[in-house]
Design a protein around this ligand. Sequence first.
Ligand code: MG
Length: 157
Amino acid sequence: MRIGFGYDVHRLVEDRPLILGGVQIPHEVGPAGHSDADVLLHAVADALLGAAALGDLGAYFPDTEAEWEGADSQVLLQQVTQRVGDHGYAPHNVDATVLLERPTLRPHVDDMRANIAGPLSLDRGRVSVKATTTEGLGLVGREDGVAAQAICTIRTT
Ligand code: MG
């Protein structure tokens, strides 16, 4: 068993959809980025790569490559799972927290869990997603950005 940790932040800007954990949430701003800028899925992918000591997401999907422009991060997550699998590991469980001031994410958490469980070939019971505000403090509190942290375990196959 090995453990990995992932962290991601994106700026919130106008004219971008708010996609978190593969769920599009109605809101007036969304994260800027080269792909769909899904911070939750990026944090989970980095946690998986970290657990297998395989570097970080940016190394595999550089934001300089047109191929990944507007990319669906569930596809990235699936490819990361494949790469981790090629090295003899399979995801075992995931726990993640999204940091966002508004809107409340609770109604969407179960869909996010399913969207992570799918690419990782895990039961939803092994995927936890939580959400918190930062009570008005810092970049999240000012609504300048959205952040996510994730931890995952992988086991040898
Ligand atoms: Mg990112």
